[in-house]
Write a protein that binds this ligand. Structure first.
Ligand SMILES: *Cc1c(COP(=O)(O)O)cnc(C)c1O
Length: 366
């Protein structure tokens, strides 16, 4: 029976997930920017404890989690919204703000979920090229804003290119954005950055009435499988905008308990940050030994162009290297799928995985 989809749904890119990705043990999973370490035992215990009461719906205020986030960030709990992953908050804001005839401005290449906002809303996306160093071109982004623009997204540090822009540049950019254009600052990787600390961007919320800082438990907190993210907002109105379009129970009780507990272990988070920075040095120096210059990473992953070859197109080279890495049980992300053929995005893993990746790349390029 031919299914009659809404014209909006029919436009949304859809990738069947039939095969799943069950993989043998020992494969280095360096394709999704996850944390290589499992969650802390206390976090697992908190989630397990929450499971014992799952005959009840969650408390839709999620106050323990929002209060803990408020304590950590200094943002009042009323201006914090939590979601089933930060993508949930992102998609909700897109739905609440965008419609046909309006525009969304974001950089490209950037996070692969942003194009979904355009397709799902019928708005027009204006994609602004990164600069020559794979960074957001904030001047070009500001110049792309028109009176039809409702939402501008700055992914900082940027996925997939790992680069970041500093706080002064961000402040200068925000000064150019009209107050009725919402600015979403996607800080999924902020904890890994050198350019500024997570607490440093919080004042932007009070300096401007229309900023949302998007953060997640999926990366440094090691809870990607739990699906929890949050938005820190300039106003309660922004929290309400996301709430209007979502189901009331956005986060399950085990995920909320795990996230709340995860915030109680800053020492462990500090250790993970140090480990990621060591990996950054190690991987960058290994790449340079192979004649590759990675983008200046502020995140937990590397982004680089493969060295050009006379006998292959960038697409062919990328496919060859991806295949060779897979044969060595190393999974990384194709740059072509993320907007730049001939490039790769590689998440930092454990020290052993980083070493295996570099060895496998060396042999793939030989
Ligand atoms: C990983 C990532 C997220 C996190 O998404 P969740 O839904 O919280 O897992 C958000 N933004 C960017 C740019 C990311 O790379």
């Amino acid at each position: 029976m031919p299914l009659k989809l809404s014209s909006t749904a029919a436009q949304i890119p859809y990738y069947p997930t039939a095969g799943g990705y069950s993989l043998p043990d020992g494969v280095a999973l360096l394709a999704s920017n996850e944390c290589p370490d499992p969650p802390l035992p206390e976090v697992v215990a908190a989630a397990a404890q929450a499971l014992t009461a799952t005959n009840r719906y969650p408390d839709p205020s999620y106050l323990p989690l929002r209060a803990a986030l408020s304590e950590q960030t200094g943002v009042p709990a009323e201006r914090i919204t939590v979601g089933n992953g930060s993508c949930d908050v992102l998609l909700a804001l897109g739905e609440a703000l965008l419609e046909p005839g309006t525009e969304l401005v974001h950089a490209w290449p950037s996070f692969s979920v942003y194009p979904h906002l355009e397709a799902a809303s019928g708005a027009t996306a204006v994609r602004v090229d990164l600069d020559d160093e794979h960074r957001h071109d904030l001047d070009a982004l500001a110049a792309a804003i028109t009176d039809r623009t409702r939402l501008v997204i700055v992914c900082n540090p940027n996925n997939p290119t790992s680069t970041g822009v500093g706080l002064d540049a961000l402040r200068g950019f925000l000064a150019e954005v009209p107050e009725d254009v919402v600015v979403l600052l996607d800080e999924a990787y902020v904890e890994f950055a050198e350019q500024y600390r997570p607490e440093d961007s919080i004042p932007l919320l009070d300096e401007h009435p229309q900023v949302v800082i998007l953060r997640t438990f999926s990366k440094i907190y090691g809870l990607a499988g739990m699906r929890v993210g949050y938005g820190l907002c300039s106003s309660e109105e922004l929290v309400g905008a996301a709430a209007r379009v979502r189901q009331p129970f956005t986060v399950n009780v085990a995920a909320a308990a795990a996230a709340t507990e995860a915030l109680r272990h800053p020492g462990e988070i500090g250790a993970r940050i140090r480990q990621a920075r060591e990996s950054r040095e190690y991987v960058a120096s290994g790449l340079r030994d192979l004649g590759i210059v990675p983008a200046a990473s502020e995140a937990n992953f590397a982004w680089f162009d493969l060295p050009a070859r006379e006998d292959r197109t960038p697409e062919e080279l990328e496919q060859h290297v991806l295949g060779a890495l897979r044969e060595h049980d190393v999974l990384v992300r194709s740059g072509g799928a993320l907007g730049r053929s001939g490039a790769l995005r590689v998440t930092y893993g454990t020290p052993d995985e980083n070493e295996r990746f570099l060895a496998a790349l060396r042999s793939a390029l030989a």
